[in-house]
Ligand binder design. Structure first.
Ligand SMILES: C[S@@+](CC[C@H](N)C(=O)[O-])C[C@H]1O[C@@H](n2cnc3c(N)ncnc32)[C@H](O)[C@@H]1O
Length: 280
């Protein structure tokens, strides 16, 4: 038996034991396996081994991530114990790249301000006087917009046929603007834009952008963010989508692939599930 077929057999056996034989076909079921596995694995020790020596300027990666979580009063569940630091690191690398370019920076989907705080602290590692200027935070601060057909995902049904489930309802993941303002209180130059995407884009300054983080979970706002920002991206600028690989939010990848497909745009898919357009 080859190493690969041995691995696939053991994966299949572990899925049968976990009661999710169709987990490979259904990403949500696979995520449930990881959730149960992480609940009993020493995740802090895994994270220490993997990330302790990675640095963002003078910070160790676990420290800057912990600072952003503390600033925003947020917690990381065991499922995300490895994803959060790794995805944060990759996001920061693109942000530091973009800081050297002309153009403003935006985050669409701010919630309590965890990733916004992370980006601000990272920027300060290259400019001690950085006050957040040039970063625009955009959110309804009333949670997600309504899911549509494109946001539905499949789970194994009782009779073997996939059952279609809806994503989170409108208003989920709601945090008041005050939370995010508190998270970036050390960075008074950060601009806030409260409102629904895409209407809120009408309040943005007419300018070009070097960095956009799209983290709005559902299909329609993801598509609307791309439609607004991608044509306004400077040369070398980046757009990062947080949810491309998120099992519970398939609409983000559907919007992204549709938008990029319609325009024949190249993009990378990172192993964290983030997708990135680099405008060269
Ligand atoms: C997953 S959270 C963002 C998390 C944040 N980027 C972080 O890592 O800390 C998604 C956010 O998107 C916002 N959102 C979703 N759809 C929106 C829309 N159509 N217009 C404005 N905000 C929206 C929600 O209010 C929520 O705060």
């Amino acid at each position: 038996m080859s190493m690969l077929s041995g691995f696939l057999r053991s994966l299949w056996r572990s899925q049968r034991r976990s009661g999710d034989p169709e987990a490979d076909e259904f990403p949500v079921a696979r995520q449930q396996i990881a959730k149960r596995a992480h609940a009993r694995a020493p995740m802090a020790e895994h994270a220490r081994i993997l990330f302790d020596d990675i640095r963002v300027g003078e910070w160790r990666l676990p420290e800057i991530v912990a600072r952003a979580l503390a600033d925003s009063d947020a917690l990381v569940p065991p499922l995300k114990a490895l994803h959060r630091p790794l995805a944060s690191y990759l996001l920061v690398r693109y942000y530091l790249h973009a800081l050297a370019l002309q153009g403003a920076r935006a985050e669409c989907g701010v919630f309590q301000g965890t990733s916004a705080s992370l980006l601000c602290h990272a920027a300060r590692t290259v400019d001690a006087a950085h006050d957040g200027s040039g970063l625009h935070l955009i959110d309804s601060f009333e949670g997600l917009s309504a899911p549509g057909e494109q946001d539905r995902f499949s789970l194994p049904g009782a009779a073997g046929a996939p059952a279609q489930r809806s994503a989170l309802p409108q208003g989920s993941l709601s945090a008041a603007e005050e939370y995010a303002r508190r998270a970036v209180r050390e960075f008074p130059g950060v601009a806030f834009h409260k409102g629904w995407i895409p209407q809120v884009f009408g309040a943005l300054p007419a300018q070009q952008w070097s960095f956009v983080h799209i983290d709005v979970d559902h299909y329609q706002p993801t598509y609307d963010c791309l439609a607004y920002f991608q044509p306004r991206l400077v040369r070398g600028g980046v757009i990062v989508c947080d949810d491309f690989g998120a099992p519970l939010f398939p609409g983000a990848a559907r919007a992204w692939t549709r938008y990029c497909g319609e325009r024949d745009l190249a993009f990378a898919v990172l192993d964290t599930g983030q997708a990135v357009i680099l405008n060269l």
